[in-house]
Design a protein around this ligand. Sequence first.
Ligand code: GN1
Ligand code: MG
Length: 359
Amino acid sequence: MNLNQIIEKFSGIGEVESVSPLTSGLINQTYLVSTVGDKPNYVLQCINHNIFKDVDLLQHNIENVTGHIRKKLEERGETDIDRKVLHFLSTDEGKTYHFDGEHYWRVCVFIKGSKTLDAVTPETSYLVGLKFGEFEAMLSDMPEYLEETIPNFHNMEFRLKQLRDAVEANPAGRMEEVKDLVDEIEKDSYDMCVAERYYREGKLPKRVCHCDTKVSNMLFDNDDNVLCVIDLDTVMSSFVFSDFGDFLRSAANTSAEDEEDLSKVRFNFDIFKSFAKGYIESASCFLTPLEIEMLPYAVKLFPYMQAVRFLTDYINGDTYYQIKFPQHNLVRTKAQYKLYKEVSLKTQEMNDYISSVAK
Ligand code: GN1
Ligand code: MG
């Protein structure tokens, strides 16, 4: 695959100096394209077409969302807008992606002086909370309904069905090894699906959310101020819990998503408090009382859902997530399930804190 030939399909890129892989992310392949002189650098991505089946819809959503945010920032008179929202390049055919006959590619401008973080402090997570609340608030009046780029992406009932189908089919012969873990996880399955039931009863809305708010999907400047939200593939209608819970799943975990030593996996309550404070400050203008009351549920839901998803993939023989060693998805499952247990111990404290800030 000649990356230079792909880059040439996108208009306006200067002379390329080097192309090097950027490693974060479990789904798409990402490269940094450095150009000669003081021209901008770019991020080139090969979109995982097995997962995102409808790339045209995917890019359509991203164009809509970035366009809408850009408009909002302009209306607010913000400066330096190109550092606050992503800009995707078009090809000569006027599309924001290129299909080379086998793979789908896209390019966005690399925001100069930006970085990602793998961990945050209470100070930064307060700012991130404000930013995500603001992100959702800006998207709350999108004129067009956003179709789901991955149907049922954060639907807990659907994720449990996938697990149960995998258990039934046992395609990789791994069931013997994980049977007890599956039984353990199943015990809380009914409680964890409460949001879907409330949705059907008309008690909870779905709104445009980011749906992949892990810490590494946000750009910071050199002073650790939040610049913008990246990795927009999963921006779609969902419960606000997606953004709240998924951020804390990574940010308030005292260890890595795939930590093998489970004694290191704990829930950092200070991070929870500062993120919740920031988020409620900027999002309470549109959140319903029930959405606010259920935020602690969201913090439990996401490590739980992620454990179910990793375990399903392990049972299926690792067909979804990129893995670095054969047991990787099982290690990830156990770490996420441990986090779920740790968070659950703090339910009362989380409820008390949320009621104290959401007055
Ligand atoms: C995937 O692409 P990446 O690595 O940011 C996944 C998320 C998971 C996450 C777990 C499209 O995100 O849903 O929470 O891995 N994205 C997709 O690290 O499945
Ligand atoms: Mg990512």
